[in-house]
Design a protein around this ligand. Structure first.
Ligand SMILES: [Zn+2]
Length: 317
């Protein structure tokens, strides 16, 4: 190696080592990041518990407590401590909103006193994941189930494949509160390509829920919101599907192949889907352009609408 190069390499190594040790020092001297926790009373005996980016609901009655998603071992400990500030009654139920680990790990703090409730489809999904910190559900419910405790009624509803095949919405009819985790976000456009969602089942659920009395909606992330989000999502997805149908009729696959020529089918489908999605996004921009993340996730939502139409309806005609 040339001398100056060798010197350069030695200096670079020293700089890198110094940077690493500085970074280590900074990291070691930082206090453990405290997770922001809060409890808000939504209705008599009904509380919203927030732990950082995640949240759940717990219900206090004279006959015991109904808890929901434990979230994580630390979050569940913090939630139980909050419950204990309000009541010394046992936690009788822990209801899982769906099988995803970031919502249901940590139920161990309730073990021995509570029944763990989940939709029937959750059991195998949880077992397959094999995570020790998730307590397996021991009360599996079907698509509609009513739980009653201490005068409180909780309706559990499975609307189909929405975020997961094991989704359960919790509805408190007296208090007009719906907890529907990961289904409807409290801000921004729907989630990316709506991975984990059946397009039609999601649209049908949004349609049905508009007829329900709902004053508070708990989405599992972010602050509680209200029914206007359900209405917005229902209208947005309906407009998106209709716009995609129109654009596909105006710009057909035959026309697309005559323009882009003979290409492989992968490229042909991808360019057709993104072209229709681009047109849909522009058509909907005047009405929905100010939804957070419209150009990023809105475009992915539109691609999902096109894929749904291609594969579920038109493709097999
Ligand atoms: Zn989530």
């Amino acid at each position: 190696m040339h001398k100056s190069l060798r010197q350069f390499a030695a200096i670079t190594t020293r700089i890198v080592l110094a940077t690493i040790s500085l970074t280590t020092l900074v990291l070691l001297s930082l206090p453990a990041l405290a997770v922001e926790t809060s409890v808000k009373k939504l209705a008599p005996g009904v509380y919203h518990f927030r732990y950082g980016f995640h949240s759940n609901l717990f219900i206090v009655t004279d006959e015991g407590v109904i808890a929901t998603d434990p979230l994580s071992p630390d979050a569940a400990k913090a939630c139980l401590a909050e419950i204990r500030k309000i009541t010394d009654k046992p936690v009788r139920y822990v209801i899982y909103s769906h099988d995803h680990t970031d919502h249901i790990a940590g139920g161990g703090v309730y073990e021995g006193q509570a029944k763990f409730v989940a939709h029937r489809n959750a059991f195998e999904l949880i077992k397959a994941r094999g995570i020790d910190e998730i307590i397996a559900p021991d009360l599996l419910v079907d698509n509609r189930h009513t739980l009653e405790l201490g005068g409180k009624t909780v309706q559990l509803v499975h609307f189909g494949r929405i975020e997961s095949a094991s989704g359960l919405a919790l509805y408190l009819p007296e208090d007009k509160i719906l907890m529907w985790v990961d289904a409807v976000r409290s801000f921004g456009a729907p989630y990316r390509y709506l991975e984990g969602y059946d397009w039609l089942e999601f649209r049908n659920a949004l349609q049905e829920l508009q007829t329900w009395e709902i004053e508070i909606l708990i989405p599992g992330h972010g602050p509680p919101t209200d029914k206007s989000r359900l209405v917005l999502f229902a209208n947005y997805l309906q407009h998106m599907q209709t716009a995609a149908e129109k654009e596909m009729a105006a710009y057909t696959q035959a026309r697309h192949s005559s323009i882009i020529g003979r290409v492989n089918p992968e490229r042909y489908f991808d360019t057709y889907i993104s072209e229709i999605a681009r047109r849909v996004i522009e058509k909907m921009r005047p009405q929905y352009g100010d939804i957070g993340g419209y150009d990023d996730w809105g475009t992915k939502n539109a691609e999902r609408a096109v894929v749904f139409l291609l594969h579920e309806i038109l493709f097999f005609d």
